[in-house]
Design a protein around this ligand. Structure first.
Ligand code: AVJ
Length: 318
């Protein structure tokens, strides 16, 4: 079987999504949800970010995976369905396939083109593996129960993507995953989460010298233009990123470089120089805090692996 199944669960919500974006742009404090970073250009820029010297999370996570692969695979067990949340180009999951020998691989992502391309690439490489792609926005809730049935499932949520949720929403999302897990004995969640550290290093990871993260941030305006027909000029906004220590989160914003008027759905919004559009939170968790969050979400047992510098943490929660 050199093929894959593909389901688009995003299209039915397109009108509601447009309304949500417009409401965010017209709100007292304008904001764009970080999921809108990931059009094709945004996915490519994010892949570039992961190669940057300043952006340690991807490398630190890879180090943990490489050093503890056998032990982690042993904790998960073989023959599970492997569900990749935010699969992107599927390359992270691919490194696990020989070790987990999953019964099926189910990749979920909001970026349909990137996901389809990845599965088309994988199909001939893994002819014996059942491949499924699901285009979905799981920030609106996760319900894969009909897709998964009652077979034991290993959920994979790497890269500290959980950091985009505020902690209450993160707990809620983890509870949703836990609800899926109780359907079948032997299920669990393998999740990678960034830790708290020196504020300079954190800030540099989100404001790199080459300006790749700045381009990634500004690109969201091109994507929003294409979704809702606004006329943002990405070059008219500056990238702003800093660590908010009180809230343990990186914040990214776009700051208007000059006074300007932007057309938004039949009306308009004026931006004064320095006015901000909020685009991302990226929360950081001490291992003890995240372990508590996993317990609060219903997971009874939590195992933890870290790199030597403790820059990142990987948890298996069951
Ligand atoms: C994909 C959400 C984990 O927060 O580190 C990288 C996205 N934003 N650089 C992160 C991101 C700016 C990334 N996550």
């Amino acid at each position: 079987m050199s093929d894959y199944r593909f389901f688009d669960r995003l299209r039915p919500d397109a009108a509601a999504e447009r309304r949500a974006i417009i409401a965010g742009l017209l709100a007292d404090s304008p904001a764009i949800a970080p999921k809108h970073f990931y059009d094709s250009v945004g996915c490519a820029l994010f892949e570039a970010i992961c190669e940057l010297p300043e952006y340690y999370p991807t490398r630190s996570e890879r180090t943990i995976f490489d050093e503890h692969r056998a032990e982690i695979a042993d904790a998960i067990g073989a023959g599970r369905q492997f569900v990749d949340l935010g699969a992107g180009d599927c390359r992270k999951a691919e490194t696990w396939l020989p070790h987990l020998e999953p019964s099926r691989y189910i990749a979920v992502d909001i970026a349909g083109d990137t996901l389809a391309r990845a599965l088309a690439r994988m199909a001939p490489e893994f002819p014996a593996l059942e491949l499924t792609g699901i285009v979905a926005d799981f920030t609106r809730g996760l319900d894969l129960r009909a897709d998964l049935g009652v077979w034991p499932t290993a959920f994979f949520y790497p890269g500290s993507s959980i950091g985009n949720f505020v902690p209450d929403d993160a707990r809620h999302f983890l509870s949703d995953i836990h609800l899926h897990c109780i359907a079948a004995e032997g299920s669990g969640l393998l999740i990678g989460v960034d830790t708290k550290k020196d504020r300079q290093r954190l800030a540099a990871a989100y404001d790199d010298a080459l300006g790749v993260t700045a381009a990634f941030n500004r690109n969201v305006l091109r994507h929003v233009n294409s979704i809702v027909g606004t006329d943002f000029d990405p070059a008219a906004f500056a990238h702003v990123a800093f660590y908010n220590e009180q809230q343990s989160r990186i914040e990214m914003h776009l700051a208007a470089r000059s006074a300007q008027r932007v057309r938004i759905d039949g009306t308009s919004r004026d931006f004064a120089t320095g006015d901000l559009i909020h685009t991302e939170h990226s929360y950081k968790y001490a291992p003890a805090e995240f372990t508590t969050l996993l317990h609060e979400a219903g997971f009874a047992s939590v195992r933890l692996w870290q790199d030597h510098a403790r820059d990142f943490a990987v948890y298996w929660a069951a």
